[in-house]
Design a protein around this ligand. Structure first.
Ligand SMILES: C[S@@+](CC[C@H](N)C(=O)[O-])C[C@H]1O[C@@H](n2cnc3c(N)ncnc32)[C@H](O)[C@@H]1O
Ligand code: SF4
Length: 374
């Protein structure tokens, strides 16, 4: 048995009813019950082969489509977790739920275990949902939102969908603040090579231009802020006290363990990723290690942390695990920050105790990341 120190765990459920046209995340469409059982057996074996030394603070069940497991197998997954993972009594437990496979029976199983529900809506607009090749109908979305009413709820939306106008997006935002949620993750559509959407479009419908996409991002911030949310990361918004603990830990360089095919892990020094193949993962194919010098790892952690609205404080920086073996002093980061700030004064704010992007800088995180690395 290997003793490990992770307080943040991600389990990737690598199945979907069907592939959405835009998605390049690893998942097996339309799995057989036998395959799902083989996956659950392996999760059980993996967790049984390690001893988690500390109570786990955040558990994230993502995918893929966790709700595809159905009542009986979700129960089994929860049983495995309860037996093998020492959960802290206040642990944040998130599960991603796809509206079309999320019903009363599944909610009954999940309620009392998960305390954070993430609903993949993507768009409330029927035509745009069709453009994305999403299976859910509006009635599924409404049912999902009703099921999680009163809980800690995130929804995922995508903007910049071909055919989507700024007016469409304003309508999405209007609905978003009307439904009972506390958190929104919203990413601009990336047209991934090899996806059905990239093939379908093939120049037939123009992508939304950068200017409109930026206007949509700005509109998101201002509309949500008028309705009690704040932007706490480039693409994430929440009401007070409902930041996603799991994601914050990942963004701030804390270790996390990923279980399942394609799942990524980080032990504070090294990152590794399990094979993007369920059959290889089932056969213990070794993960791919991302080995880089510790000082580059620290820069990488710093740049990812800059995506948060709060950015870095000296205290937070000194807390990151690599500091034990490789102290990169706050002053070193500060000197670099002042140089970058001189070049982009409207994008970066830096003073002796904190380094963070300005609200405009959050839109240009890429620019600052590149300048930092030059
Ligand atoms: C990998 S999915 C898993 C969640 C769940 N299966 C679902 O579809 O709702 C996580 C989120 O990534 C986002 N996503 C996936 N592909 C994307 C793309 N090409 N562009 C932008 N966002 C994307 C979607 O918002 C999605 O909800
Ligand atoms: S977006 Fe979600 S449901 Fe669609 S294929 Fe990707 S993981 Fe599966």
């Amino acid at each position: 048995m290997i003793a490990v120190e992770f307080k943040n765990i991600y389990i990737h459920i690598p199945f979907c009813e069907q592939k959405c046209d835009y998605c390049s995340f690893y998942s097996v469409p339309n799995p057989t019950p036998l395959l799902i059982d083989a996956f659950l057996d392996k999760v059980d074996t993996e967790l049984n082969s390690m001893e988690l030394l500390q109570p786990v603070d955040s558990l994230y069940l993502g995918g893929g489509t966790p709700t595809i497991l159905g009542e009986h197998r979700l129960n089994r997954l929860i049983e495995i977790i309860r037996q093998r993972i020492p959960l802290h009594p206040d642990a944040e437990i998130t599960i991603e739920c796809n509206p079309e496979s999320f019903d009363q029976a599944r909610m009954k199983v999940l309620d009392g275990f998960a305390n954070r529900f993430s609903i993949g809506i993507q768009t409330f607009n029927d035509q745009l949902r069709q453009m994305l090749g999403r299976k859910a109908a509006r009635k599924h979305i409404d049912r999902a939102l009703q099921l999680v009413h009163g809980r800690n709820v995130n929804i995922d939306l995508i903007y910049g969908i071909p055919g989507q106008t700024l007016k469409h997006w304003q309508e999405e935002l209007k609905i978003t603040v009307e439904v009972d949620i506390s958190h929104l993750s919203c990413y601009a559509l990336t047209l991934e090579e090899g996806t059905a959407l990239a093939r379908k479009l093939n120049g037939a419908i123009p992508s939304v231009d950068d200017e409109t996409t930026a206007a949509m991002w700005e509109e998101t911030g201002s509309h949500l802020e008028d309705h009690g949310f704040s932007r706490y990361e480039v693409s994430n918004y929440c009401k007070k006290g409902t930041e996603c603990r799991h994601n914050l830990n990942v963004w701030y360089g804390k270790p996390y363990l990923g279980i399942g095919p394609a799942a990524a892990s980080f032990d504070g020094r090294m990152r590794w990723q399990q094979s993007e193949s369920l059959s290889k993962w089932l056969k213990n194919h070794p993960p791919e290690k991302d080995i880089i010098a510790p000082e580059y790892r620290m820069v990488e952690i710093f740049i990812i942390g800059l995506r948060t609205a709060r950015g870095w404080t000296r205290e937070r920086w000194e807390e990151i695990p690599l500091q034990d073996t490789l102290p990169v002093k706050w002053e070193t980061m500060l000197r670099r920050a002042f140089k970058v700030k001189n070049r982009y004064p409207e994008l970066l704010a830096a003073d002796p105790v904190s380094i963070r992007l300005t609200s405009r800088g959050l839109l240009f995180w890429n620019t600052i990341a590149e300048a930092w690395l030059e």
